[in-house]
Design a binder for this molecule. Structure first.
Ligand SMILES: Nc1ncnc2c1ncn2[C@@H]1O[C@H](COP(=O)(O)OP(=O)(O)O)[C@@H](O)[C@H]1O
Ligand SMILES: [Mg+2]
Length: 215
């Protein structure tokens, strides 16, 4: 069972957007997917309720509730959507659930500064220090040819973890969420530029580079 955690303590950076599209990506590839939502706002579970019945199913788990039902044993891929403001003990507990962590960061000074503190804290979590979990960063809502997009590139490129891709700012993500779909389930003529941007992320996720040796 594969566990992919989408994590950043900064709110609004695209955790739920990426977690839901990632869950759908695996579901349409016939993987048995469970989406665990640790955020009380429950955006991922709300998305799941919007998901049309004719789409490949995804199991939802409300990780924020005490006594939540367990992840089905036959799950292939668990995608975990993290809450904002996750620090200290809560962060350590969340990291314990995953072998792979994807950290989205927005091109904005507020987000870069906040994410930089968060990534410092994340790198000090024991499991991360012991390299029992693999991390990557993703730029999100990027509008090319802006100064701040260049700053984000510079910042993410200097980190000690792979900077796997950047996702553009696109209505497709808003549309997909509203319809309970992943960006890969939108029509190709609309979403092909996004599919291109997801390729490096999914190829990292599907490679050994995103999995610790012991796994
Ligand atoms: N690449 C994107 N393009 C356009 N809008 C986006 C994109 N990523 C996220 N959003 C929007 O940004 C807002 C915050 O995203 P969300 O996934 O809820 O972040 P988080 O879960 O980290 O709080 C939402 O309104 C979402 O629709
Ligand atoms: Mg969220």
């Amino acid at each position: 069972m594969r566990h992919i955690l989408v994590l950043n303590s900064k709110g609004g950076c695209g955790k739920s957007t990426i977690a839901t599209s990632l869950a759908a990506y695996y579901a349409i590839r016939d993987e048995r997917v469970t989406l665990v939502d640790y955020d009380r706002q429950a955006s991922s579970l709300d998305w799941l309720r919007r998901r049309p019945e004719n789409r490949p199913p995804i199991t939802g788990v409300a990780g924020f509730q005490d006594g939540f039902r367990p992840v089905p044993r036959n799950t292939d891929v668990v995608v975990i959507d993290a809450p904002a403001g996750c620090h200290g003990r809560e962060l350590t507990d969340l990291v314990r659930h995953a072998e792979t962590i994807v950290v989205p960061v927005l091109p904005s000074t507020i987000d870069i500064v906040a994410s930089s503190k968060f990534i410092d804290e994340l790198q000090e979590v024991g499991k991360v220090e012991r390299r029992e979990v693999k991390l990557a960063v993703v730029g999100n809502r990027v509008r090319e040819v802006t100064l701040i997009a260049q700053e984000l590139d510079d910042y993410l490129g200097k980190l000690k973890m792979p900077y796997v891709t950047k996702l553009r700012e696109a209505q497709n993500y808003v549309r997909a969420y509203t319809r309970g779909l992943g960006v890969h389930e939108l029509p190709e003529y609309l979403a092909w530029p996004d599919w291109e941007q997801w390729k490096p992320l999914v190829s990292w996720l599907n490679s050994k580079r995103s999995q610790p040796k012991a796994a």
